[in-house]
Design a protein around this ligand. Sequence first.
Ligand code: API
Length: 283
Amino acid sequence: MKLKFTKMHGAGNDFVVIDAINQRIDFSPEQWQRLADRRFGIGADQMLVVEKPQSAHVDFRYRIYNADGGEVEQCGNGARAFVKFVTDKGLTGKRAIKVETMSGVIEPTLEADGRITVDMGAPILEAARVPFDASGLQGKSEGGDTLWPLDINGATRWISAVSMGNPHAVQVVDDAAAAPVHIDGPVIERHPRFPKRVNAGFMQIVDRHQINLRVFERGAGETLACGTGACAAVVAGIRRGLLDSPVRVNTRGGELSIGWGGDGASVMMTGPAVVVFEGEIEI
Ligand SMILES: N[C@H](CCC[C@H](N)C(=O)O)C(=O)O
């Protein structure tokens, strides 16, 4: 079939965005991998699919596929690209929309300055619901957070386990630029205590309102930015007593702003969404 798509990015985290309301698509994991392939396909960290909603009082359904072809629960940078896409394509006249995902409803809003704010919902902090298997581990309290020891490549790394609908393992490092993202990231991603695998965040505290962050993403490897990873890192930093809301998150691909009012409150993420090109591909 000939597939129409839009190539987009949010702070360098790049996407193939597909209107599945006006196109019928039903791809295998191998076909999703092919679309994501940077040599044999279009190339992207994730594929974002726009569908009609299944629930009432919701404007769209949003499905997300990682570069490895697996469908996942949430994508923060993708949510910003999503609202820009449906607005630009005239699929909605609203500037604030409700979007159902595998992990619940999120609410992206197109701001007057072109940036986009997304209510990402409240973080999930109970280890078993991340999911993270903490059985037999001696965690340590820091502020209101519990840090868990993982043996990664022979060193003990103390991680916070946070879900934004998708799982994150966040650790504080002295220097994000020098962090062993490609050595420890793949080991953390597939650590047996994360039964659904995990996104591995490496957070450097710059000051109480600013971090530098790198993320080795589940199913995609290191990306230039990770929206849910930025949310998870800020939640962990605030709970550890290291950060105060709002927090500027410096990623390799750009800047995100994250706000969180504490346990039970939604995490609010603001950042850019950019169209790179429109295209068609035979698949
Ligand atoms: N790799 C993530 C999905 C994409 C998340 C990221 N691109 C974002 O902006 O939140 C996972 O497997 O949970």
